[in-house]
Design a protein. Structure first.
Length: 121
């Protein structure tokens, strides 16, 4: 997702806080947006993940990780390794979502390029 597209989405959603990471292929990427009243801290990010902690104030924190796994079979282990490193540091409830590109074979594939959204608050 390029910066212009991300700003357009932010404007439509009326949400100014966020982070977008471009995958540099197919004009895709990861994005995390949140409302002003939410206390979100980005812990780490790369072109394959956005790792954040959300302070829930009245309850414990929640970790939210957006993930995009390598489509190239030769590079899949590197993104799984990254997810394991993030998981090793998790001390709170953890939500992980995204495109894991974890198909065992092409017979499992349905549809084409898609997207996902986690809406909180």
């Amino acid at each position: 997702m390029n910066a212009t597209n991300f700003q357009r989405v932010q404007t439509r959603c009326r949400i100014q806080n966020g982070l977008a990471v471009n995958l540099e292929i197919w004009n895709l990427g990861l994005a995390l947006m949140w409302k002003d009243e939410m206390d979100v801290t980005i812990q780490s990010y790369s072109k394959h993940h956005i790792n954040s902690i959300i302070n829930m104030r009245r309850t414990s924190n929640i970790r939210v990780t957006g993930y995009y796994g390598h489509a190239n079979p030769n590079e899949k282990s590197s993104t799984w390794d990254m997810l394991q490193r993030v998981g090793a540091a998790v001390n709170e409830e953890w939500v992980v979502g995204g495109d894991f590109n974890a198909m065992l074979n092409n017979a499992e594939k349905e549809g084409g390029v898609g997207s996902w959204v986690v809406h909180m608050g």
